[in-house]
Design a protein around this ligand. Structure first.
Ligand code: BGC
Length: 668
């Protein structure tokens, strides 16, 4: 489910957001459909989501409920609310059609959908068609089972599409509405990733496979077909959107029914681009002489959010020949960006476009092309029909990606499989060759599609809109100001600011990589027994005596030092940004002798995660080569008695993110 961000420009699309209407709630508990009522064939409608209720997948509900009951407390209560929302069913391999011990077959899902259909309210069953030859050509996380060959295409047609179409065409299911989400990422890769040999090879099979799928699925009267269009951070540049419109038109025109084969398009599938950037409505607003879209985060892409992207894409597709009746859908399952890091009001003070964007965007990723198990994202808008009223081309919000299911694993020493783009220590590269952190949640060995408890917890805690709590006291405030220092090759040290609660805070839970490692009553904690040179991510929640649990703090990450580094050699280094004006900053580093003997000299080193560049320093001699920095003592501050400290500082420039680095201190 990945993609890369490339290139430039498009005229700004606009239109004000309207109020939300037309809720599409889920309905009560799903039972087996032993005595499903017979329903008449549904008439074809312009918007299948309007006036309908969404299918509640029992497999997904079971995953959610297991975690909600394991987590318990207020958090478990919030988590359990997720199960009441419709999600799509992914046919992600041929075997998914028949199901297995823990996954219902396609036919069993449809039987459950029939059982959920109450009275005259139709149920919409959302199914993701996702098994093209050479699938996920630009990455490794979701490579499929079928090769990019003529034989792979034949298998796709005869062993995958034909059996799915045969099940869906059963007259028993004619009263359901079926929304088919067709082949996420495939045609966007055909538009932007032709320089990758795997994508160049796969593209003809993608095109033929999708034409075949559309022909088979459109022939079933109650199936509605939606093609995936990536998201704003992928095809939002006009240089991508214009060829994309032509590509989609080419595919539609190659089908038997032509443009009528396609009912609409879906954006943001399994991605995290927000629905709207409430404080950045105008990409052409000039700050410090530069339009906001020229900020490094946007790279001249004027589509900051899915609302503007879908609005512009709709116009492009209609101009390429699609009828104006096409409907645009947005996957809002993970694009919420709530929680403590979300800006709550416009900050008008920054004086450069980069700083203004950094202060005001709700999308907190370091890079818009990040896509794997994204840190800090939350569940977004609930599934609903006509969120902007009946006149908008955006006809529904869906949850296509089931929130809590992984995007992919990554290789490590113990485990060779996976995608480096899912590695929290890995990097992403933009169209100009600059690299950024992946921003992936660390510590997992969980392949795409499998349940990822730590990610689910974050998605619920950072939901926007937040999930409701019941009762008078909703629990303590989330801990703020969490910092972590990697003190040795096996320990880290955490501290945070006390939370408040009307009845008092009884303690804090410390989570390492999503797993609770301690319950403490104070606001500091030393984590030990860690592996050297390894990234660990922490969050902290507060609880009160009644058992209410706060939302999690913002997550922080520290990398333990290499063996013999840091405190192992008798010193520690602590980093504090003193001032940050968006394009530059000053920082202070405290160097402490934590050993038992006096030091003669010390060296602190680190690697920047971004493009920070030191311009001058004081009380240390600093050298920077690429992103690697070394700071050595001056003649006058190398000697430190045990348990004493000294410090140095520096000034640096940067653009984009300014994440604090992990320091390594060595002393002699
Ligand atoms: C995976 C699929 C999975 C889907 C839903 C995709 O990223 O590749 O295997 O079914 O997500 O979780």
């Amino acid at each position: 489910m990945p993609h890369t961000v490339l290139r430039r420009l498009r005229t700004a699309a606009a239109a004000a957001l309207l109020g939300a209407t037309g809720l599409l709630p889920g309905i009560g508990a799903a039972g087996p459909a032993l005595a499903a009522p017979v329903h008449a064939a549904a008439a074809r409608v312009a918007n299948p989501f309007a006036g309908a209720t969404g299918y509640l997948n029992p497999d997904f509900a079971a995953e959610v409920k297991a975690q909600a009951s394991a987590d318990g407390g207020t958090l478990g209560g919030l988590e359990s609310q997720v199960a009441a929302n419709p999600t799509a069913v992914w046919m992600d391999h041929i075997g998914a059609i028949a199901g297995d011990a823990t996954h219902l077959s396609l036919q069993a899902h449809l039987d459950h959908a029939l059982a959920q259909q109450q009275g005259t309210t139709p149920v919409v069953f959302q199914v993701v068609i996702y098994d093209l030859p050479g699938r996920d050509c630009a990455a490794i996380a979701s490579n499929g089972e079928l090769p990019s060959t003529a034989a792979g295409l034949t298998a796709y047609e005869t062993q995958y599409i034909d059996p799915i179409a045969a099940v869906l065409a059963n007259p028993k299911y004619a009263g359901l509405r079926v929304a088919a989400i067709i082949e996420p990422d495939s045609l966007p890769n055909a538009v932007t990733n032709q320089s990758k040999p795997t994508c160049a090879t796969a593209t003809p099979y993608y095109e033929s496979g999708i034409v075949y799928a559309l022909d088979k699925l459109h022939a079933i009267p109650n199936v509605y077909d939606y093609l995936d269009i990536g998201h704003a951070g992928w095809l939002g540049w006009s240089t991508n959107m214009v060829p994309a419109g032509r590509e989609y038109a080419k595919i539609a025109q190659a089908t038997t029914a032509g443009f009528a084969s396609v009912d609409g398009f879906v954006s943001d599938t399994a991605n995290t681009t927000p629905l709207t950037e409430p404080f950045l409505p105008d990409p052409d607003l000039t700050v410090g002489g530069q339009p906001l879209k020229s900020a490094n985060f946007y790279q001249d892409n004027p589509a900051f959010d899915e609302y503007h992207y879908d609005t512009a894409m709709y116009a492009t597709l209609v101009s390429d020949g699609f009828p104006d009746s096409i409907g645009m859908l947005v996957d809002t399952s993970r694009n919420g960006w709530g929680g403590p890091a979300r800006p709550t009001a416009l900050d008008p003070t920054p004086t450069t476009a980069d700083a203004y964007v950094a202060a005001n965007r709700v999308d907190r990723k370091p890079f818009r092309g990040d896509w794997c198990n994204i840190n800090g994202a939350g569940i977004g808008a609930r599934p609903q029909s006509q969120p902007y009223g009946a006149g908008s081309p955006i006809i529904a919000f869906l949850w296509v990606k089931p929130p809590g299911e992984s995007d992919g694993d990554y290789p490590d020493a113990a485990h060779p499989h996976g995608d480096p783009h899912c590695d929290p220590n890995g990097t992403q590269t933009d169209g100009n060759g600059n690299t950024y952190p992946t921003d992936s949640i660390p510590g997992v060995d969980i392949p795409a599609g499998q349940w990822f408890p730590a990610q689910f917890r974050q998605l619920v805690q950072n939901a926007y809109p937040a999930f409701g709590t019941s009762g008078g006291n909703t629990g303590p405030t989330a801990p703020t100001g969490l910092t972590v220092t990697a003190t040795t090759s096996s320990t880290t040290s955490l501290s945070w600011t006390a939370s408040t609660d009307p009845t008092g805070v009884s303690g804090y839970s410390v989570y390492r990589n999503g797993t609770k490692v301690a319950t403490v009553t104070g606001t500091t904690y030393t984590d030990s027994g860690l592996s050297p040179a390894t990234a660990y991510q922490y969050t902290v929640t507060a609880q009160d005596a009644a058992g209410n649990v706060s939302a999690a703090s913002a997550a922080v990450t520290a990398t333990t030092t290499a063996p013999g580094g840091g405190n192992d050699n008798g010193c520690s280094a602590t980093y504090t940004v003193a001032d940050d004006w968006g394009s530059g900053f000053t920082a202070n580093v405290t160097v402490a002798n934590t050993g038992t003997a006096a030091t003669k000299s010390w060296t602190v080193s680190w690697t920047w995660g971004g493009n920070q560049g030191i311009t001058n320093s004081w009380n240390a001699s600093t050298t920077q080569t690429g992103t690697a920095v070394t700071a050595a003592n001056q003649a006058y501050n190398g000697a430190l008695a045990p348990n004493t400290a000294t410090g140095f500082g520096f000034q640096a420039t940067y653009s984009g993110g300014n994440t604090a680095p992990s320091l390594t201190c060595t002393a002699s």
